[in-house]
Write a protein that binds this ligand. Structure first.
Ligand code: ATR
Length: 270
């Protein structure tokens, strides 16, 4: 049986084993998928040990997504632009690194009917999560994508880096005053401690949609804000979690699983 795993620290909470078990059942693939706790100082040795044990692929989660890049034999262009790797594929020459987070985000937005083409898009936050989604979002050709943060340096650096791909403009939350957006994507880490950035009012155009990369308790503050702003639709990022897993599964097995029943299953058990 082909072996796969997610490595992280901590990792016990990960939903990836459940998701990949559902994909394997659905597609009739014989494989195992486990969660393996790897401490930061054990990453290099663990990757060598897992290769020796015959693991065919790995998902990589916090805190290893950046560090693992230097241990890959090859890294895909999109992972290099994202500055992080979330998927490893074992090859004859070593580990090949990829990043499916951005693809997962875009596919979930498409599944929900949250289109980007020709629309004004606001991305809140300018950290690692934002870097991971900018390329696929910009390739959808929004009218403009504004990336906003508390202070200007990080959005300015991201805009500089990604402006060849599409129309990106850096901003601070405060300077958003007077702007209107059709789609607002929340990608700060503030929700994890129950907070939310201070924003000017009336940023959302009539019929506007709101999407959060987070799910569970971290989604609550953005959801409350979006509802207070009259959002037509609001979604958490549980679908993105399943979509990025499906993209990893496809890299490994050459088959694309149906994500909808797995998202529904996770919502039932949440
Ligand atoms: P991640 O990998 O989740 O993106 P990160 O790279 O540490 O984590 O980035 C966190 C992002 O959330 C940053 O944009 C950060 O804003 P600053 O650069 O101004 O720190 C944002 N963030 C975190 N806590 C926040 C809060 N309480 N209010 C507003 N923004 C916050």
């Amino acid at each position: 049986m082909d072996r796969y795993a997610v490595i992280g620290h901590p990792v016990a909470h990960s939903k990836s084993p459940l998701i990949h078990a559902a994909f394997a059942r659905q597609t009739g693939q014989s494989l195992s998928y486990e969660a393996i706790d790897v401490a930061p100082d054990a990453l290099e040795a663990s990757l060598a040990a897992l290769a020796a044990q015959g693991f065919r692929g790995l998902n990589v989660t916090l805190p290893h997504k950046v560090e693992v890049m230097r241990l890959c034999e090859t890294v895909s262009d999109r992972a290099r632009r994202a500055g992080a790797v979330n998927t490893l594929l074992r090859t004859d020459n070593g580990w090949s690194g990829d990043n499916t987070d951005g693809e997962g985000c875009l596919r979930d937005l498409q599944r929900l009917g949250f289109g980007l083409r020709g629309r004004r898009v606001l991305v809140l936050g300018a950290g690692g999560a934002v870097r991971g989604i900018l390329e696929p979002l910009l390739r959808e050709q929004p009218a403009e994508l504004v990336v906003s943060n508390r202070s200007p340096a990080k959005p300015e650096a991201l805009a500089e880096e990604f402006r060849a791909i599409g129309p990106i403009r850096p901003c601070t939350h405060r300077a958003l005053k007077g702007d209107r957006f059709d789609l607002i994507v929340h990608a700060t880490s503030a929700g994890h401690d129950g907070s939310f950035p201070r924003l000017p009012g009336q940023l959302l155009a009539a019929g506007g949609q709101c999407y959060d990369l987070s799910y569970g308790h971290a989604f609550a503050p953005f959801r409350a804000w979006a509802e207070s702003q009259g959002a037509a639709q609001v979604s958490d990022g549980l679908g993105m979690l399943v979509e990025q897993a499906a993209a990893s599964f496809e890299r490994w097995r050459g088959l694309r699983p149906d994500t909808a029943p797995v998202i529904a299953q996770l919502r039932e058990t949440a």
